[in-house]
Write a protein that binds this ligand. Structure first.
Ligand code: PA5
Length: 439
């Protein structure tokens, strides 16, 4: 397992004084994070989580995963934001989850009836279980989906439905916890001191990931190694701190958008997780880098044009997987009708790598600084390391920026409007104002 940050195509953007200033800021922000002296310090449980987790619950997660594997073809994971993005990022990234075990379907992350119907149709008459995940237990999207899937389970399995429902929520409070107690669902905990977007290494992520077939011990091992490295290495050798410092330096230089790119489609969901982590953590108080993502080479035929040639307010962070599995070579064709024989015999990965290197140089020449993060392969340990790398860098970057990286006050506004427009009790005044505005 390894992760390496290459700053060759970004460091030239800054003089030594600026670099030294931001190195100091990042070191200070790390110290603040580790000492728990910054804003939002009630939500630092993820910092020590890779070693300091509930071992009894971890064993129960594995047991529940084994049961689901034995009695279900599908697991419907119901949750939104931090309550599903982590699990999806791992399941889409890890080859172990592609081996034809239980298929994990994600619901409750939108309010589209058609989306829910598609899932119901896909499950058909097959056996399924549900993992409902909500820290607050009151979020509308998962609550609506849970009612529907709970109803389907009850129709199919009668009194035994509750044996197929797994609730991941607060350890003591909230409607979901109360329901779980009342109906006897097996429950898992979202710790009080870990916010949704930092919760992938708790039961929130680990149960669905284990059900999908991944080795969750190895994920924790990768995260634990990352924690050891990034909380102790000196700045010059600490890729996590260097990344956080570069982000803030780039923002200071007018680069307001970070484009996370990769050349492996299996990282698309990881990019969604990254966008939530950084968007919710830093985008507040009228500050923050806007996190975006692209998947190459696909998007080189789409957003690549803008990255190369549009407004110069972007920088790019590339995740490159060095030893992607292949064995696929371009065949030789006698008549060379498509003119492709110059590639004959070459591994497809080698072509992908040349596309990566050519793209980096083109974008740098076009005025887009590039940070390159290389991991050695797609496996559980590398996934755990990547998760911890981005989580810690996010806290350090947020504190360097001067925001509380652990709250999300902006998420409330749409919810209040939606409740008012749906006629929820207590929202009558807001409903009158909004309805008038919509006329
Ligand atoms: O990161 C966060 O805290 C949010 O994205 C939450 O995960 C999201 O809003 C879902 O909340 P809950 O788990 O309470 O349903």
């Amino acid at each position: 397992m390894s992760l390496n940050l290459n700053d060759k195509f970004v460091k030239g953007c800054f003089d030594a004084k600026t670099a030294a200033e931001y190195a100091e800021k990042a070191k200070k922000a790390l110290a603040t994070t580790l000492a728990g002296t910054g804003e939002g310090s009630d939500f630092l449980g993820w910092v020590t989580l890779p070693e300091d987790y509930d071992k009894e619950e971890f064993a129960r997660i594995k047991k529940a995963a084994a049961k689901i594997k034995s009695d279900s073809k599908y697991l419907v994971v119901i949750g939104i934001g931090g309550s599903y993005l982590g699990a999806r990022s791992a399941i889409d990234f890890l080859p172990a989850c592609k081996k034809g075990g239980v298929k994990v379907l994600f619901a409750g992350n939108n309010l589209s009836a058609e989306y829910i119907n598609d899932i119901i149709e896909e499950i058909g008459d097959d056996d399924f279980s549900v993992n409902v995940i909500s820290k607050s237990g009151t979020t509308t999207e998962p609550a609506v989906a849970f009612r529907i899937f709970k109803g389907l389970l009850e129709k199919k399995y009668g009194a035994k439905a509750s044996e197929r429902i797994y609730a991941t929520t607060d350890k003591a409070r909230g409607t979901l916890k109360e329901l779980a107690n009342k109906e006897g669902y097996e429950s898992f905990v979202v710790p009080d001191n870990i916010g949704g977007r930092y919760s992938v290494l708790t039961a929130v992520g680990l149960l669905p990931i284990a059900v999908a077939g991944a080795d969750i011990d190895a994920i924790m091992k990768g995260a634990a190694t990352a924690r050891k490295d990034y909380t102790s290495l000196p700045f010059e050798k600490n890729d996590c701190l260097r990344y956080a410092a570069y982000r803030n330096m780039l923002l200071g230089a007018g680069k307001q958008i970070e484009v996370l790119s990769s050349f492996e489609p299996s990282l698309c969901s990881f990019a969604e997780w990254f966008k939530q982590l950084y968007g919710e953590s830093e985008g507040k108080d009228k500050k923050g880098i806007f996190p975006a993502s692209v998947s190459f080479t696909t998007d080189l035929h789409s957003l690549g044009q803008y990255i190369q040639d549009g407004v110069r307010f972007l920088f790019e962070t590339v995740i490159w997987v060095k030893n992607a599995a292949s064995g696929l070579k371009v065949p030789f064709v006698e008549d060379n009708g498509d003119g492709l024989n110059f590639l004959a015999g070459k591994d497809v990965n080698e072509i992908n790598e040349k596309a990566h290197l050519g793209t980096v140089l083109a974008h740098v020449d076009g005025g887009v600084p590039n940070i390159i993060i290389t991991i050695d392969k797609r496996d559980e340990e590398n996934y755990g390391r990547l998760v911890y790398f981005f989580e810690l860098a996010c806290a350090v970057s947020g504190y360097t920026l001067g925001v509380n990286p652990f709250n999300q006050p902006g998420v409330e506004d749409y919810k209040k409007n939606m409740f008012a427009l749906m006629g929820k009790k207590g929202y009558e005044d807001r409903a009158a104002i909004l309805t008038a505005r919509l006329k």
